[in-house]
Design a protein around this ligand. Structure first.
Ligand SMILES: [Zn+2]
Length: 354
């Protein structure tokens, strides 16, 4: 189904079209990699779930060289999660059970991000404070570990904390016991062997199963190669100009297609107190919104995991909530806002507006 922008007011049309373009480009890329994805999953059966900030630079699949769709993303403003959120528990446990059904394990990668070159390129939602970001990631990782310690699923659940240095997309591995210095993959030689890396993984994560270590290995190895490529091409550093024009509210699968820096602030992701991050997002977007307008994008996904009618109700709810909060806290923004609602088909990764 083709998305039609005829009904979109003129001042917002270009913005809406831009989102449609981004989604279509991603869907094509996703489709192209489908066969690769199936083969990759057979070879590396561990189900990998990544918890990360909704910052558009967190292109984990890109800098770990994994096919699109292999990593299951949870994104929230500032990478802030709490395992006490009921919806988050269920959504994560779905992955654990799926892994268990496939007789494999589930690896949760809990991330934070920062910039080596300039603290101001770090995580705005955490006040650019790396220590706060690390502490938050470690706290959440501990929560998951504690929750699954005695649960007795046949599948194993393992959790690692990984930093992302965004100037070079370098991963920082934090050992599970905290008795090792974090390992910056930017310090590894591009010619390092898989055997050496495997040994490194074993030292940092002694409780990780062999299969999981073997499945974690390519992400690390590919990242080292990726860093070398970034250095070689002297890729310009993505500056954060905070010219976002989208506040996106939605479920964890609704926005996988949306990884472009400086466009969107995404919130939701199973936070029962979703009002708070929506309000923060509106604060961030306010100066820009008044100049150029903004899109209040609500989304939910449907497919094998969720019937379309459920997703419809979810997206409508997010839209209503978002609009109510704008009315209540920033009524002056109403005339600059365009509420856009989408349903994402997880099979095709295409959205449709409704
Ligand atoms: Zn961030």
């Amino acid at each position: 189904m083709q998305n039609n922008t005829d009904g979109v007011p003129e001042i917002f049309r270009k913005k809406v079209e831009r989102l449609i373009e981004i989604n279509e480009a991603y869907a094509i890329q996703y489709f192209d990699q489908l066969l690769l994805l199936e083969a990759y999953k057979k070879k590396h059966p561990t189900r990998v779930v990544v918890f990360k900030c909704s910052d558009g630079r967190m292109l984990f699949a890109h800098f770990t060289g994994t096919p699109l769709g292999y990593l299951h993303n949870f994104r929230n403003l500032g990478g802030q999660f709490n395992f006490g959120w009921k919806g988050l528990q269920s959504a994560f446990n779905y992955h654990v059970k799926e892994a268990s059904n496939d007789n494999s394990g589930c690896l949760a990668i809990v991330t934070y991000h920062y910039s080596e070159g300039d603290a101001k390129r770090g995580c705005k939602a955490n006040n650019f404070d790396k220590v706060i970001s690390i502490r938050g990631a470690e706290r959440f990782a501990r929560q998951i570990r504690t929750a699954y310690k005695d649960i007795g699923y046949p599948a194993s659940v393992d959790v690692v904390v990984v930093g992302v240095e965004t100037d070079e997309d370098a991963l920082i591995l934090h050992g599970e016991n905290g008795d090792h210095q974090p390992v910056n993959l930017g310090d590894s030689s591009p010619t390092v062997s898989e055997k050496e890396l495997l040994q490194k993984i074993r030292v940092l994560f002694p409780s990780m199963s062999t299969t999981m270590c073997v499945d974690f290995l390519p992400l690390i190895h590919n990242n080292i190669k990726h860093i070398a490529k970034v250095r070689k091409t002297k890729r310009p550093i993505t500056e954060l100009d905070h010219n976002e024009f989208v506040v996106g509210i939605g479920g964890s699968l609704a926005f996988d297609w949306f990884h472009i820096p400086n466009i969107a602030i995404l919130v939701g992701q199973h936070n029962p107190n979703v009002e708070r991050p929506i309000k923060s997002a509106l604060e961030v977007i306010k100066p820009n919104a008044k100049k150029e307008g903004f899109i209040l994008l609500s989304g939910a996904s449907y497919g094998k995991h969720n019937p379309e009618a459920f997703a419809l109700a979810e997206a409508k709810y997010y839209s209503r909530l978002g609009q109510e909060l704008v009315k209540q806290y920033h009524p002056e923004l109403l005339e600059f806002m365009y509420p856009m609602k989408i349903l994402l088909n997880t099979e095709t990764q295409k959205f449709k507006m409704f």
